[in-house]
Design a protein around this ligand. Structure first.
Ligand code: ATP
Length: 247
């Protein structure tokens, strides 16, 4: 079976710094893959190469068998690929619902309909679905800036799933989220994966969260994959332990 995402031999340097050195992996349709590694191991650079924020020096990225290497993020959005960033991307002055609609419009490649189109730009039903999925319904008319940080992270994740995204890359979804909200976030991400079959790749520093959420992990150190497998095996791997302790 063709993988949904095929990453082959990606390399990326910044001046003399080799941030990613020949990374290859596949993500199967419906899988939740975690990408972990110490600070500076190349996780964000790899994500940016996959999602068109950076053009890799070498290697290729395929989505559903189609070569998308170096394609701009907006083109990837239209192919059903979206992402979150370490820093929140919500618009604090817009309501929760408006943020969802805007994200949906961006994924479709247009912000203009926000100004000129119908109020919900035809995305109302989908926004409703996300409000229910991420249990944000009672907050739909609140401005995003008035929510707690954990609620804003939930909204940020929900926005990535708008407009039929089939592959979502989540960059530190658990960062800065308190314990109660963490359990909620994980449970909701598992539910959306189970119920809609959407595939995700997650960069995360919170080990407990990532081990519980992901069915498979890859571990980066100094720009290379040093381990790959089920969370329980990866956490026992001497190379992984050394990479973390070394930092
Ligand atoms: N724009 C850039 N210019 C120069 N060097 C960069 C740039 N982006 C990343 N690097 C370097 O590339 C290496 C990998 O960084 P990257 O941010 O990809 O690691 P990371 O695993 O995501 O780290 P963290 O967990 O701290 O977010 C680091 O040495 C970093 O300093």
């Amino acid at each position: 079976m063709t993988a949904l995402l095929e990453v082959r031999d990606i390399e990326k340097s910044f001046g003399g710094v080799q941030a990613v050195r020949g990374v290859s992996f596949d993500v199967r349709d419906g899988e939740i893959l975690g990408v972990i590694g110490p600070n500076g191991s190349g996780k964000s650079t790899l994500f940016n190469c996959i999602l068109g924020q950076l053009v890799p020096d070498r290697g290729s990225v395929r989505v559903n068998g189609r070569d998308v290497t170096g394609l701009r993020p907006s083109r990837l959005n239209r192919l059903g690929v979206s992402r979150t960033f370490q820093l929140l991307q919500v618009f604090p002055e817009l309501t929760v619902r408006e943020n969802l609609i805007l994200a949906g419009q961006e994924h479709r490649g247009s912000r203009l309909s926000r100004l000129f189109g119908p109020r919900d730009a035809g995305l109302g039903a989908e926004a409703d679905r996300m409000l229910d999925f991420f249990r944000l319904r009672r907050l739909e008319d609140e401005t995003a800036g008035s929510l707690s940080y954990g609620q804003q992270k939930l909204l940020d994740a929900a926005m990535a799933f708008m407009s039929g995204s089939r592959l979502v890359l989540l960059d530190e979804p658990a960062g800065g989220v308190n314990l109660t909200m963490l359990a909620d976030l994980r449970e909701r991400l598992e539910a959306i994966n189970r119920e809609t079959g959407v595939t995700f790749v997650v960069i995360e520093h919170n080990m407990e969260f990532v081990m519980a959420l992901c069915s498979r992990l890859i571990v980066l150190a100094e720009g290379r994959i040093i381990a790959e497998g089920a969370p329980a095996d990866v956490r026992r791997d001497p190379l992984v332990i050394e990479a973390y302790l070394g930092h």
